[in-house]
Design a protein around this ligand. Sequence first.
Ligand SMILES: C[S@@+](CC[C@H](N)C(=O)[O-])C[C@H]1O[C@@H](n2cnc3c(N)ncnc32)[C@H](O)[C@@H]1O
Length: 220
Amino acid sequence: MLKNSKTDKLKKVEKVYSFWGRFPSLYGAQDAITFLGRAKTIRSRAVKKIGLKKGDKALEVACGSGRNFTYLVKDIGKNGFILGFDYSQEMLDAAKQLCERNSWNNIKLVQGDAAQLKITENNFDGVVSVLGISAIPDWEKALNRCYDVLHHAGRLVVCDARLFTGVLKILNPLIRLIYSKFAAWDPSKNIPEKMKEIFGNVEVENLNLDTFFIAISVKK
Ligand SMILES: C[S@@+](CC[C@H](N)C(=O)[O-])C[C@H]1O[C@@H](n2cnc3c(N)ncnc32)[C@H](O)[C@@H]1O
């Protein structure tokens, strides 16, 4: 029963992101709304928190159309390596086009379910996921896989969205409805708490009226 509902959720992910992958510029427009106009600031801040150095190996889980690659490439340089992993082939196709336009030759793109993440290039220096974990049906398993593929002292950084608190929470039912339908978003997941359980530590920074957070865990 539970397995079936996970399969249904993956089918929904496939359907929803097949659309966004075919129209990456529309995805870009909705990105500006989701981040309340601060997408560049928050994305670059999240990537900085991984603490990558030139030549490092980074994994982006649920990389989508590659909107964080520009910040990752800057940090790892030409001799580093990025693995972009996503369930949606259409999102990965958009990511591939972005890589070709920018001549980023050190990015490999792999399709699959992050809960079943089996990667030969293990021992990553850092793992990041932006707006990804909240969309992954079996997100707890996916976080465990992130732990497994990290080097000792490597960091997992998760940047994700939350519902409004305070007076603006009146908007939450509408936001939940729209983002569930069009982004397979599930805000009920307590991602930082699960990261603390797996890694034994987590630091959280809240941003954008607390509608965004960046959570960092270190593999000890
Ligand atoms: C809101 S998008 C975020 C994309 C990108 N990280 C960004 O910052 O724009 C959510 C992404 O999660 C991916 N996703 C959802 N479930 C997944 C799973 N089980 N395994 C891998 N990727 C998944 C979707 O295909 C989609 O590309």
